[in-house]
Design a protein around this ligand. Structure first.
Ligand code: DGY
Length: 425
């Protein structure tokens, strides 16, 4: 069974491979997405190391002059997706969106480098990529943390990667939905509308895009001008972990300045993360920077924090929290607490399980000595795929496959989990 699943996963990666980049899935997402790419590279690395490096090189080749790495690169025109390049209006040689996504590339580069068979190739690519990734990390702290708190804010829910999480509901109330003009969504022609964000949410997504476009996508202005500024523990954990991984690898390669600066950013971030801990929820929670208050929402962002080198006691508490969630569902880890009124097991980030997040949580818990829970999360992940295939996400109670099918990063995570851990299938 294990070999069959790995074979199938490789087929998914090959089918979605466009030569120098991979689409998340045919139809629903026909371009290159930022964190999809970095995580998919981990899967390629198990059978084609040069192709894995190409994936990340292509992503970083579209970095903006200010250091930002955009969330979508529109390599080819495809009117099956909305909002396309004409809505973003970023005036790039190859069109891109104007916002970013979870910076998981630093982590991916270190991991692929450290276990590479072709050491010379790995070192060459790491030397090429680390300075660029480091600039991106510096961009975050400069443009998304102008007060120097140690935590960066998201200016658009799409930046989190967890587009319609309950975490954004309250802050989203401050984003107008009037005046955006009419538009036609394309996602709901590829996926079941009951699995996707609502029309009301889409209007607000587009309002923010139009607002940022009206400011010329100038990142020295966007943070303070945005009515939506939310600090997400999961996003910050990914940034901190990537800074730490860049620091470690850069140090070994003799890139001393990058190493020193990256370590300082990671340490400041870890200290600041403490302010997001909630004793009431038993996990981390978001902070609404524009409103100046914590967000009372029991979502997976506060558990994904385990991906960063948080204190061991916090990792142990997150294991307890996941134990509690396990009592209310059949497959870990639900993206929202199944006992909360907003939970919806089918709708994108309001309940379903996502393998990429499971992978990152398990990795962090393992490093913190919580191997038992890490194993359990990986075992649930594999069971979901055995039962329901390589879907974008799955219902944590029924295992129903949701969103897009034949999904690249889901397949990459299956290869990654089987190749690096003992999991029965
Ligand atoms: C989408 O289109 O659903 C994406 O998540 C936005 O990047």
């Amino acid at each position: 069974m294990k070999d069959e699943l790995i074979q199938h996963a490789r087929q998914v990666l090959s089918d979605n491979d466009r030569g120098t980049y991979t689409v998340p899935t045919h139809g629903l997402y026909p371009f290159q997405w930022n964190w999809d790419s970095a995580l998919s590279a981990l899967g390629f690395a198990h059978f084609d190391e040069p192709r894995a490096w190409t994936e990340i090189e292509t992503l970083m080749a579209h970095q903006w002059d200010d250091g930002m790495v955009p969330h979508i690169i529109f390599h080819q025109l495809d009117d099956g997706y909305f909002p396309g390049p004409e809505v973003w209006g970023t005036n790039r040689p190859v069109p891109t969106s104007g916002i970013t996504q979870p910076p998981v590339a630093g982590f991916a580069v270190r991991r692929i480098h450290d276990r590479a068979f072709d050491k010379a190739l790995a070192e060459r690519h790491a030397r090429e990529l680390l300075p660029k990734i480091h600039e991106w990390h510096q961009w975050f702290y400069r443009c998304r943390d102008p007060q120097g708190t140690g935590l960066v804010a998201l200016l658009h829910p799409w930046e989190s990667g967890r587009d319609n999480s309950v975490d954004w509901d309250e802050a989203f109330e401050r984003v107008p939905s009037e005046g955006v003009g009419s538009f036609t969504r394309r996602d709901t022609t590829h996926a079941n509308p009951a699995h996707r964000p609502t029309n009301e949410q889409y209007k607000r997504y587009i309002w923010l895009v139009q607002k940022f476009r009206s400011l010329g996508w100038d990142n020295t202005l966007l943070h303070d001008a945005s009515p939506f500024q939310v600090v997400d523990p999961g996003f910050n954990a990914i940034l901190i972990r990537s800074c730490k991984d860049v620091a470690d690898l850069a140090g070994r390669l003799g890139l001393t300045e990058i190493a020193t600066q990256s370590r300082a950013m990671a340490e400041k971030g870890i200290t600041a993360m403490e302010s997001l801990w909630s004793d009431t929820l038993g996990q981390y929670q978001c902070y609404d920077r524009a409103a100046g208050n914590p967000v009372d929402s029991a979502s997976i962002g506060g558990i994904l924090a385990a991906f960063a080198p948080i204190p061991k006691a916090r990792a142990a508490a997150l294991t307890d929290r996941i134990e509690t969630l396990a009592k209310a569902c059949n497959y870990l880890v639900p993206s929202h607490d199944p006992t909360a009124p907003e939970f919806d097991g089918l709708r994108y980030w309001r309940g379903p399980v996502w393998l990429i997040v499971n992978y990152m949580i398990a990795d962090g818990l393992e490093r913190a000595g919580q191997s038992h829970m890490a194993d359990r999360i990986r075992a649930d992940s594999v069971q979901l795929i055995e039962r329901s295939g390589f879907a974008e996400y799955h219902d944590p109670i029924t295992a129903e496959p949701c969103g897009g099918a034949h999904f690249t990063w889901t397949a990459a995570m299956v290869i990654e989990i089987f190749s690096t851990c003992e999991v029965a299938a």
